[in-house]
Design a binder for this molecule. Sequence first.
Ligand SMILES: Cc1ncc(COP(=O)(O)O)c(C=O)c1O
Length: 393
Amino acid sequence: MTDSKSRPDRVAAHIAALPRSGIRDFFELVIAMDDVISLGVGEPDFNTPWGIREATIYSLERGRTNYTSNLGLLSLRKAVCEYVAKDFDVRYDPEKECIITVGVSEALDLILRAVLEAGDEVVYHEPCYVSYPACISMAQAVPVPIVTHKEGQFRLDPAELEKAVTPRTKAVLINFPNNPTGANIDFAQKQAIAEIAVRHDLLVITDEIYSELTYGERCKSIAAFPGMKDRTVFLHGFSKAYAMTGFRIGYACGPHDMIEAMMKIHQYSMLCASIMGQEAALEALRRGRNDMESMRREYRIRRNVIVKRFNDIGLSCHLPEGAFYAFPDVSSTGLSGTEFATRLLQQEKVAVVPGPAFSRHADNHVRCSYAVSLDDIETATSRISRFVAGLTA
Ligand SMILES: Cc1ncc(COP(=O)(O)O)c(C=O)c1O
């Protein structure tokens, strides 16, 4: 009998060539162990605020269990467009320029598949969210990473971006605040990126999933810069800021032709996002702001604690300006990020994610999520301190 393992030819070559996510492999090790404190997971430790859960229950009680429009509930699209206008300074038409998706994950996949053809290039910055190069490759296009550095606080240098542009470049994909570095960019950097996009006639895809979790000054979206609305697709969602990962609701706002193309793929592959999730998202926008603000305040406190602890331990760590990740440099221990994470897990039962999960150039680093309680941050960093002291003893 033929074993499926002996039939690699059954899988499309561009899928067979994809590496498995480094996070997943590492967390299979973690799941097999007891009593691990995990700083590994990229999701809020808060429950979804009660008002949002209650509104979802109430919508179920009213029998709201049907399909919605392919684009999503119009009431939600209107609320999304109002929110984006107010908080990001860019106006979209809820009837034509907005689509509700299954998380930012689906929105990203849709826009990439909608615009890319085989051989097109997409420039993005690394370290980055694990899905970016994979989704670009799944759209049969070519991922072109620009490496960002600790010395530059992991910001995207516009000059590096311009150097990476070729006649095949179709789009630039940016994510600030960034997973995994927590980096953010300011007005001047956004403006410089916008000018490059205009100069080279590029589409900009901006993943704004951590925008609310910004601890310094927050500036308008790149979509709001002159000449940018018509060449930008704005991706956002409810997973992080509202602690709603399991509801799986995201959205894209952009020019009508882009949204229409995304909608075609979405209607044939997904039909619509779940109505329960959409009802929950509507409640989040109507009455969730205070809860969101109080979670943000709590993350900020945790950020300050964890970053200070790492620097005290001798693991140099820049102050992340957003999201909920610290990205310390562990090279002072003499270990690579991968060795550090593996030995720390074995010896001290603390899980952190090795840097190479986010870029092959990031093996001096580990990602530590501070979407965990202050108590867990205290215990985890005490264990890390003991681990590091043991290495040099
Ligand atoms: C930068 C970034 N974009 C997108 C996502 C996916 O989010 P969603 O839950 O909306 O699919 C994540 C999740 O960790 C992320 O970090």
